[in-house]
Design a protein around this ligand. Structure first.
Ligand SMILES: [Mg+2]
Length: 182
């Protein structure tokens, strides 16, 4: 288990199918919001691919919670839109929100997978909390200035993690797949 290498990588969160998750013993997902489920700052309707994926997860009995560092009002709004429990402010990389989510979902941490797009918030929080993590390619190039700075650190940190962090082609593209790193 490396600080810079996720347990799984995927082009998009919705490439993590219920079957793939069940095969890895994942019973609950902790989902980052910005640039993982929706482009950073997006305020439209729930994208069809996200709605479809969440419905498929529900049908397969895989639980999910929103664990985002977005402002409390945005976190609550998107929690409602997506039909997911959401903590007002996750403060990743602190692991506290993950402990909260594990309790909210009623699942042991070993059954959880955090899905996010950043090493120094999502991956680090998951490591500190002892849950597995899937890193996805960020959906949009627009990010906070401090996130852009962290991206530079990510590139150094990764080393063996050969994944460009530029946004990929849209949903449904031919490179939409998930890879197990272990
Ligand atoms: Mg994010």
């Amino acid at each position: 288990m490396s600080l810079c290498t996720p347990d799984l990588t995927a082009e998009r969160a919705w490439a993590l199918t219920p079957e793939l998750l069940a095969n890895r013993g994942v019973a609950g997902l902790l989902l980052d919001l910005d640039n993982t489920l929706i482009p950073y700052g997006y305020e439209g309707p729930v994208p069809a691919e996200v709605a479809g994926w969440l419905a498929a997860l529900r049908q397969a009995g895989i639980a999910a919670a929103l664990v985002t560092n977005a402002r409390p009002s945005r976190s609550r709004r998107w929690g409602k839109k997506l039909g997911l429990p959401a903590l007002p402010f996750a403060a990743k990389p602190l692991p506290l929100a993950i402990f909260w989510a594990a309790k909210a979902l009623g699942l042991p941490r070993k059954k959880l997978l955090l899905v996010g797009d950043q090493i120094f918030t999502d991956l680090l929080a998951a490591r500190l909390a002892g849950v597995r993590v899937a890193l996805v390619r960020p959906l949009a190039p627009k990010e906070l200035p401090h996130t852009r700075w962290l991206r530079r650190l990510e590139r150094r940190c990764r080393g063996d993690y050969n994944r460009e962090d530029r946004p990929a082609g849209g949903p449904g593209g031919e490179d939409e797949h998930a890879n197990a790193n272990r």
